[in-house]
Design a binder for this molecule. Structure first.
Ligand SMILES: [Zn+2]
Length: 182
């Protein structure tokens, strides 16, 4: 966020020169520079045999399912965020966490840290924050996630990681989708 006023004291910020960043909004009272940094967020594809965990969150996408995601909280490392969010939102334990790269969502000021993980234990226990959550066959994931471009990119990476070499999973991309489960 590009700050104009100090969120602590409310004073209008001055511009202060910082070596690499150029002019940065600065509060001379609180002596804080407000850098324009994104919020770190995790997103994880959880795999159980030939299934993947998908959620429905209408406030994110109205007609499409998504992977589990959440914000990194101050005081935890990113791996802890993934385990915490998976347990909070779905009631599951995961293992073999693997980092798949990052995606920038400039309009939302988010940096998405993307992961895949294997199901370890537990039964799905949906948080009240989550509209719907369940396992889907991984071959249906791309069709179910039509609006979620970042999520689809992660699923494609997962399909490679698990050595999937069929065609059915990609039928939406090939304009061959008769999926009417929405
Ligand atoms: Zn201030």
């Amino acid at each position: 966020m590009k700050f104009k006023y100090c969120p602590i004291c409310g004073r209008e910020l001055e511009e202060k020169y910082s070596w690499d960043e150029g002019g940065v909004p600065y509060c001379p009272v609180d002596k804080i520079m407000y850098f324009d940094t994104p919020k770190p967020c995790i997103i994880v594809a959880i795999i159980k045999e030939d299934k993947i965990l998908l959620l429905k969150q209408s406030y994110i996408f109205k007609n499409s399912k998504v992977l589990l995601s959440g914000y990194v909280t101050n005081g935890e490392n990113v791996e802890e965020t993934v385990h915490r969010e998976v347990f909070e939102e779905a009631g599951l334990k995961i293992k073999n966490l693997k980092y798949l790269g990052s995606e920038c969502v400039e309009s939302k000021e988010i940096i998405m840290l993307t992961f895949m993980a294997e199901y370890d234990s537990g039964e799905i226990n949906k948080s009240s924050e989550v509209e719907w959550v369940d396992w889907h066959h991984i071959e249906d994931a791309l069709c179910e996630m039509s609006e979620d471009k970042i999520g689809r990119g992660i699923v494609k990476k997962v399909l490679k990681e698990i050595g999937y070499n069929g065609e059915k999973a990609y039928r939406c991309e090939n304009d061959d989708c008769n999926n009417e489960t929405f």
